[in-house]
Design a protein. Structure first.
Length: 152
């Protein structure tokens, strides 16, 4: 199973771990847990500042009680604007990360995975924001990143 990470708290938890594998432009982070669960909103007439709420867990501190199925993988991509200025480049890199995760990610352990762009691609070598050369370079590097992580 390959699903997407969507909650910021999950990204923070995964990125808080050391990178498992690195290439010149990407870093791969892993956490062997499941995504955090949302607590359903309860409509109440009480004030939100009431300090006597017993037994209520804040969403970010909720314990994870779901066992991790070995085949379950959740993927996220972090492509910061400081490393990829143009939106078309960020979108291209996120798509390449998703494709690499779908093809090579099945060999990895279950849990939460985040691929992070850690350095910009050289604009002199890739002048077009969405060139085929940039696609190929990112795809090759991502494949190497995931293969290296599967070996460890």
């Amino acid at each position: 199973m390959l699903a997407r990470l969507t909650r910021p708290v999950d990204f923070e938890r995964v990125l808080g771990t050391p990178s498992r594998s690195r290439t010149p432009h990407f870093a791969l982070h892993h956490l062997a847990q499941t995504p955090s669960k949302r607590i359903p909103a309860v409509r109440s007439t009480e004030l939100s500042t009431d300090t006597n709420r017993s037994g209520a867990w804040p969403v970010d501190d909720m314990p994870v009680s779901v066992p991790l199925p070995p085949e379950a993988r959740w993927w996220g991509a972090v492509v910061p604007k400081r490393h990829a200025r143009r939106a078309v480049t960020r979108t291209l890199l996120k798509r390449q990360i998703r494709v690499a995760a779908e093809s090579e990610g099945l060999a990895l352990a279950g849990g939460l995975w985040v691929v992070r762009l850690r350095a910009p691609f050289d604009r002199a070598a890739f002048p077009s924001a969405a060139s085929d050369a940039l696609k190929a370079a990112a795809r090759t590097e991502l494949r190497a990143l995931l293969v290296r992580a599967a070996r460890t």
